[in-house]
Write a protein that binds this ligand. Structure first.
Ligand SMILES: [Zn+2]
Length: 124
């Protein structure tokens, strides 16, 4: 499978959230374990973000690659020697969070536009 963001063959590393791993090249998080009614089901990896999350990831990656997108966003534990469990660098987490803080308004506006579009499309 090709990574949806960096387009390399997907190679992943586990986060410390059950069933979630991230691309070792760009950091995009994927859900590898799927469940239906608490029963494991066999499904291909799927994006562990919503569509707005993917838009945000693409905008960041375009400007800041090779720095990971959403670094350590599924890690619960603190970093050790500068790295989180998933392999994200502590400095990349700070870089991404600062960038997101400065661009947040742009994306919340985008989300509202998308929602408005859906409403328009669905109107009779
Ligand atoms: Zn990737």
């Amino acid at each position: 499978m090709t990574c949806l963001l960096c387009e390399n063959e997907l190679q992943s590393r586990w986060t410390d959230t059950h069933g979630i791993g991230n691309c070792v090249n760009c950091g995009l998080p994927y859900r590898f374990y799927h469940y239906e009614n608490d029963v494991p089901v066999n499904k291909p990896p799927s994006l562990a973000l919503n569509e707005t999350g993917l838009v945000i990831a693409k905008a960041y990656w375009e400007k800041h690659k090779p720095h990971w997108v959403f670094p350590a966003c599924f890690d619960i534990t603190s970093p050790h020697d500068g790295y989180f469990y998933c392999g994200a660098k502590e400095e990349d987490v700070i870089k991404f969070n600062n960038w997101y803080k400065n661009n947040k308004k742009k994306f919340s506006a985008l989300k509202q536009e998308e929602t408005a579009k859906v409403k328009i499309t669905l109107a009779p």
